[in-house]
Design a protein around this ligand. Sequence first.
Ligand SMILES: [Fe+2]
Length: 285
Amino acid sequence: MAVSFRPLRGSFGAEVVGIDPKLAVDEPTFRSVEEAWYRHSILLFRGLTMSPADHIAFTRRLGPLHIMTPLQYNHPDYPEVFVVANAEENGKPFGMRKVGLGFHTDGEDKVRPNAGSFLHAHKVPPEGGDTMWADMYAAWETLPGEIRRTVAGRRARFSRIDLHHVHYPEEPAWTEEQKRARPDVWHPIARRHPRSGRIALYVGRWAVDIEGLPANEGRELIQTMQAHSRKPEFIYRHSWRVGDAMLWDNRCTLHCATEFDDQRYVRMMFRTTIEGEVPELAIAV
Ligand SMILES: [Fe+2]
């Protein structure tokens, strides 16, 4: 079966056209999809009828799967599937609510952030609940030279401890035990992608300040780079239909969920997640 790729926004993003709706594909087809993923960073599939087992099987071909913790939000029969939903099953909440509001990349607060994520829409609201992705190769390439020279070779500190109350204001403050379980991590600001070899700007929402710079200066620079990466020219915004699925590369994109009326509508998405590697510092910039 010959698949083709229809650009979504210039070279950023492509829709995969003509693929089996369960993603049961032969090796050459899989390779062409994988190569397109590294070329376009985000891949949209439409009209998929894949089951959770199909979803897992396809994602596993891209790399080892990550099982999300806490386990309570994973599919009861398929722990590899993380459920993002305001749904109920058998009278009990099913899935995690209000996930991913604010530009971030999955697992950026861990030593080995997740390489990729694959989100499949099962129920969508008639309005709202879009997802946005930012092209972080383009964000790096267009960053003012002065900032690039300042941050080149440096790492940013990512801290859930510092920012938990900012991103989750309605949740209780973290206990000392929770803080110990999620210590700060440092990642290169200019990150080299292990497959494409290209450099991406790597500053999601848990980035706080910069190693080797005064805290205030670092904080200001992080905020400037975050604002830069959210400029409309770097963003693809997707309005979901049932059966849509998006495969994104966490090493060179940010993404952000948007609100919807969760008292009126049900939104239910299944996500598989791919284990990542320790981010590589790009030396030559
Ligand atoms: Fe996310």
